[in-house]
Design a protein around this ligand. Structure first.
Ligand code: PLP
Length: 350
């Protein structure tokens, strides 16, 4: 089809983690979803919004998601004008590129982290530069002054697990001539956050999602926190009805039930620490993680062998063929019961 833009014709497209059709018969630990259900209040709120006859669905939802911005603002300590809601944080990552990086301009990110930034940049026709990590978990060769339009920093890092210290992120904010986007997808599982930097540096944006910690990947809910000028720009770009009615109702209920979130994240963190210790006792190398996943390498450094052994037993984890990641696996932390079964299977596989 030679009518296509050349960059679209040439691009591969992002390949999301495998979602098996017979999902209920698997232990699914490949996409960092939450194995626990969302707060019961979320289900109540969705049913209330739906009503008995779905009579509210014939009208458009709030275009501004104003109530959500207020609730999120209250939670994170920002005025609503500093917050934008998104149809999954992926939507706002896309709109950040559209707002800041024109065709031919550069965006950067750490490899390994979230390669979807590159896909979004390709669509835009922006150039992509990646930086590796040093042994002490800093960005290798990051320039004194980074001139790209956006640098995306996934913190905690996925798939590896550690978070970058706030002092280091602050230094990066000073060294970026363009925007520094902190993808804090996994912050609710972590010890700290760099959210305070949004108030201090006008080029810092933080993105969050309800997909992982709030167990709402299926509802597509994310948000960004930034200066009002940045939020106003993102507001111009987004689909005007980007969040549907049910998603908005779910979002308010989820954000208001912080006690449920805390308990759920605590359980996952406890299981993560237990599972990491058990794997280390088996001779695995496990990177200390701040997320709801661990990156673990077997003694023979053959990630594929263990992936296949688990797959045969209907346990799905994430294997990356990339040479810097193929020695290990990223394993999402499910319920304690799921992780006990996974551990037993890994012992069998050896
Ligand atoms: C899961 C994930 C996202 C996407 O989140 P959604 O809100 O579901 O779009 C973004 N960044 C990272 C690093 C993720 O792991």
């Amino acid at each position: 089809m030679n009518l296509l833009r050349p960059n679209i014709a040439a691009m591969q497209g992002y390949v999301p983690g495998f979602q098996p059709p017979d999902i209920a018969s698997w232990i699914k630990l490949n996409t960092n979803e939450n194995s626990y259900p969302p707060s019961p209040k979320v289900v109540e709120a969705i049913l209330a919004e739906l009503g008995t006859d779905g009579a509210r669905l014939h009208t458009y939802p709030s275009a501004s998601s104003q109530q959500l911005r207020e609730v999120a603002g209250e939670l994170y300590g920002f005025e609503p004008s500093w917050i934008i809601m998104a149809n999954g944080s992926d939507e706002v990552l896309n709109n950040l590129i559209r707002a800041f990086a024109a065709e031919g301009e550069e965006i950067g990110y750490v490899h390994p982290s979230y390669s979807y930034y590159a896909t979004l940049a390709e669509v835009q026709g922006a150039r992509v530069r990646t930086y590796g990590l040093t042994d002490d978990f800093r960005i290798a060769g990051f320039p004194e002054r980074y001139e790209g339009k956006i640098f995306f920093l996934t913190t905690p890092n996925a798939p590896l697990g550690p978070a970058f210290p706030v002092e280091y992120i602050e230094e990066l904010a000073q060294r970026c001539a363009g925007m520094l986007v902190l993808d804090e997808t996994y912050a609710d599982f972590a010890e700290g956050t760099a959210l305070e930097l949004v108030k201090k540096y006008d080029n810092v944006v933080v993105t969050r999602t309800l997909s992982k910690s709030y167990a709402l990947a299926g509802m597509r809910l994310g948000l960004a926190i930034a200066r009002p000028e940045v939020i106003a720009a993102l507001d111009k770009i987004r689909d005007h009805y980007n969040l549907d009615r049910l998603a908005q109702a779910a979002c308010v209920a989820a954000l208001l039930d912080q006690e449920y979130l805390r308990e759920c994240c605590l359980k996952i963190r406890e299981t993560r620490e237990w599972f990491s210790a058990e794997l280390r006792a088996m001779g695995y190398n496990v990177i200390p993680s701040q997320g709801n996943y661990v990156f673990a390498a077997p003694p023979d450094r053959n990630g594929k062998r263990v992936y296949e052994g688990l797959f045969e037993r209907k346990i799905l984890v994430r294997y990356f063929s990339d040479p810097i990641l193929c020695h290990g696996l990223r394993i999402s932390i499910g319920t304690q019961h799921e992780m006990e079964k996974t551990l037993a299977a890994m012992k069998e596989i050896g």
